[in-house]
Design a binder for this molecule. Structure first.
Ligand code: FRU
Length: 510
């Protein structure tokens, strides 16, 4: 056995060296440079995100034996700033109760669970066990909730001997528990996706759960199954308002997986929405299963999986599949007496800022070439742009191969759009090479936006994060050209452009 271990280590070392050589090869050409992606193999949803003692923990749906979805584990990565991530050993492996599906983690600072020992407070992960054997039996009871705990600040995890803690009442999709402490009632609240609605449960100790209420059977979008919910408070004009995020697959506004949300009130038992409209957190095709970090104080920070179930298993990357979005700070904004969720890049991302330029007052009719000013071969940049009026314009990322990714505003439709129909490799799935649109919600006369571009993704935050779009794309070469276009003519009041530095951790780039 010992020999086998030694040989395995030697093999892993070799693999690591081989991997190092790979980074410059064509195989790694779409490796995100400042978004987290696993060194190798398949990743989907972010799980158990928590900040504890100076470290952000990201767990994620992971299949370490292949680059398509398979028996789920919880992979693990840590970061001091949510920008530079370091991959860690796998945190949770499948067991006799099933695969380890999505879930959350909490700091049980009062040791309500009794899982803490010798004064060490436990981190507790609450996740779904998905039992493939029971799934075949078609009882509809193959998903149930379990817990695991860590007494060494998230490094290693022990599954609770009494699992599962919440059995399945006979609902075939019964998963993705997101748990938070609800101080007024001094109890834990679990928000659970239960097929076509949300069910809230409560517990004094993370082990015994009681049903509180259901929400959403007849509200919101129902084009697909409800997954990965989150419930959290945000401040608005000095008042606490609750936001309920519900991921849905398929049925998104631009096809496939997407994230809807509701704004309302939560009293520890029932969620009551202020309005019944369907609202979308991100209109792009590639922000799914996003939930918030636990234990970040007054900040509410979300990260999503930057892919879409419509094509996630066939995107042209190797030896890994999928990346996450950048972390985003969430807030609320009132427009026409309705409250909307806003998302903006977290301030920690500023460490990536490198050389750049600023232009004030620029009239553009036709095309203005910013390539020489940007002087950026990498395709990594952050661009802030403000216009004097809301007129038609587009920002075009391009390369000598003729690939183009277009970010624009269409005045007639009063909509933003991302067009990846000519963005490079698009033929791996017929619905991929499309133009995606998003309504402009802001009523201000001027437009302001932030664009975050990595080698294989673009994230648009328009009007201070009121309209957001995230799309991935696969160019043949880096998008090192940049144009501003307007057929009708537009005056830009300000452009600030910064090349961004890569943030790959050692495991990813050496
Ligand atoms: C969402 C999801 C979750 C589930 C996990 C399985 O993308 O389908 O509902 O827990 O992925 O990997």
């Amino acid at each position: 056995m010992r020999n086998v271990t030694v040989n395995l280590c030697a093999l892993m070392l070799l693999g690591h060296v081989a991997f190092a050589q790979n980074t410059l090869s064509k195989a790694e050409q779409h490796r995100p440079q400042y978004h987290f992606s696993p060194r190798a193999h398949w990743m989907n949803d972010p799980n158990g995100m928590i900040y504890y003692k100076g470290t952000y923990h990201l767990f994620f749906q992971y299949y370490p034996d292949g680059s398509t979805w398979g028996p789920m584990h919880w992979g693990h990565a840590t970061s001091k700033d949510m920008v530079h991530w370091h991959e860690q050993p796998i945190a949770l492996y499948p067991d006799s109760l099933g695969y380890i599906f999505s879930g959350s983690a909490v700091l049980d600072s009062k040791n309500t669970s009794g899982l803490g020992k010798n004064g060490q407070v436990p981190l507790v992960a609450i996740f779904t066990h998905h039992n493939p054997r029971m799934e075949k039996e078609k009882t509809g009871k193959h998903e149930y909730q379990s817990i695991a705990y860590s007494l060494d600040e998230g490094k290693t995890w022990t599954k609770y001997a009494g699992n599962p803690v919440l059995p399945n009442p006979g609902i075939s999709d019964f998963r993705d528990p997101k748990v938070r402490w609800f101080e007024p009632a001094k109890k834990w609240i679990m928000t659970l996706a239960t097929k076509d609605h949300i069910t809230f449960y409560s517990s004094p100790n993370l082990k015994d759960w009681a049903k509180e209420s259901e929400f959403g059977k007849t509200i919101g979008a129902h084009g697909g199954v409800w997954e990965c919910p989150d419930l959290f408070p945000l401040q608005h004009n000095g008042k606490q308002v609750w936001v309920l995020i519900v991921n849905i697959n398929p049925g998104g506004p631009n096809g496939g997986s997407s994230t809807q949300y509701f704004v309302g009130d939560f009293d520890g038992k029932t969620f009551t929405p202020f309005s019944t409209d369907t609202k979308w957190m991100d209109y792009g095709a590639d922000n799914y299963a996003g939930v918030t970090f636990a234990n970040t104080g007054s900040r509410t920070i979300l990260m999503g999986w930057m892919s879409n179930w419509q094509y996630a298993n066939v995107v042209p990357t190797s030896p890994w599949r999928s990346a996450n979005t950048i972390p985003r700070e969430l807030g609320l904004k009132e427009v026409n007496k309705e409250l909307f969720l806003t998302s903006t890049p977290v301030k920690e991302l500023d460490v990536l800022n490198s050389t750049g330029f600023t232009v004030n007052k620029l009239a553009v009719k036709g095309q203005y070439d910013l390539t020489a000013k940007a002087n950026n071969e990498s395709g990594l940049f952050r661009l802030e742009l403000a216009t004097q009026k809301a007129d038609d314009f587009s920002i075009v990322l391009a390369n000598a191969e003729g690939n183009e990714l277009v970010i624009g505003y269409d005045k007639k439709a009063n909509a933003y759009y991302l067009d990846r129909s000519k963005s490079g490799t698009i033929d791996f799935e017929k619905g991929f090479g499309k133009r995606h649109t998003a309504p402009r919600l802001s009523t201000t006369p001027t437009i302001s936006l932030t664009v975050m571009a990595d080698v294989a993704s673009v994230e648009l935050f328009a009007d201070n994060g009121l309209t957001v779009m995230t799309d991935i794309f696969f160019p043949e070469k880096p998008m090192n050209k940049l144009y501003l276009k307007s057929a009708t003519g537009i005056t830009v009041s300000n452009i600030t452009y910064k090349t961004l530095k890569p943030a790959l951790s050692n495991e990813q780039n050496n």
